[in-house]
Ligand binder design. Structure first.
Ligand SMILES: *Cc1c(COP(=O)(O)O)cnc(C)c1O
Length: 245
């Protein structure tokens, strides 16, 4: 997007200052969290198709509860085959507003049918699963955890990365690979990951009119507890994920 980025120091300082300034809004443990969203916006007096002449970096914060109205119960996903959130060579791997414009209609149509969100497939073969509108997806079968490989059409979420590392610590075999939609018929458990979403278990996925149900939640619960224990300092943070302010 040709945007100049703030330095790591500027970025961390802004996030820390925002969190401190909003300390009184941080919900108690278990009740929610202070969601922090850094944003970089281009602006200026131009009409032409070119990078903006000026940029604003801002950080805002808001106390939040659960991202999905389902709360801690499971999500019901709908596999969308006609609308795609990202295409090869596009900006699907970047946390940019361009990735949300194409999903609004797909989400609305899925919600109107009673689903929680949409699971997208690749735009070329319409055969491999990619991710959900604002979170990554994982499948569990026995001791193996699989998630789609990121090759530009999937956002490489930090929660995805953390969960892969935690799963590895807990003795799971972790695979990043192409995953066909049909495989959804043959797994024990499915869950989604994201900063806003947290770790959300999936109760069903509907593909070509057929609903596949998942009863299992054990792995997502285990991984979620581990992540929260690290965040709260209950178990050792071996990887320096915690920033004290
Ligand atoms: C934000 C987002 C995610 C999750 O990323 P995190 O870094 O874990 O918050 C996954 N997919 C999409 C499309 C997203 O916008």
């Amino acid at each position: 997007m040709c945007m100049p980025c703030p330095s790591i120091d500027q970025f961390l300082d802004a996030v820390k200052q925002t969190a401190l300034a909003n300390k009184r809004f941080i919900p108690p443990h278990g009740k929610g969290s202070l969601y922090i969203r850094p944003l970089l916006i281009g602006s200026g007096p131009i009409l032409g198709l070119a990078p903006a002449p000026e940029y604003t970096f801002l950080v805002y914060a808001c106390p939040v509860g659960n991202y999905f109205k389902e709360g801690t119960s499971s999500l019901n996903l709908y596999v969308e085959e006609d609308l795609h959130r990202a295409s090869r060579g596009g900006a699907g791997g970047v946390k940019s507003i361009t990735n949300y414009a194409p999903v609004l209609r797909a989400i609305k149509s899925a919600k109107d049918k009673g689903f929680s969100d949409v699971l997208y497939v690749d735009s070329i073969n319409k055969k491999y699963i990619e991710e959900v509108s604002s979170c990554n997806i994982f499948l569990v079968k026995g001791n193996i955890l699989s998630t789609p490989t990121t090759s530009g059409t999937i956002l490489e979420g930090v929660t995805r990365k953390s969960i892969m590392e935690i799963a590895h610590d807990l003795g799971y075999q972790v695979e990043e690979r192409l995953i066909e939609v049909e495989e959804l018929n043959n797994v024990d458990e499915v869950f989604c990951t994201g900063t806003a979403v947290g770790i959300a278990s999936v109760g069903s996925i509907t593909y070509k009119g057929k609903r596949i149900e998942y009863k299992e939640k054990l792995t997502s619960k285990k991984l979620c507890s581990r992540l929260i224990e690290i965040q709260r300092g209950i178990i050792e943070d071996k990887r320096d994920w915690i920033v004290e302010i």
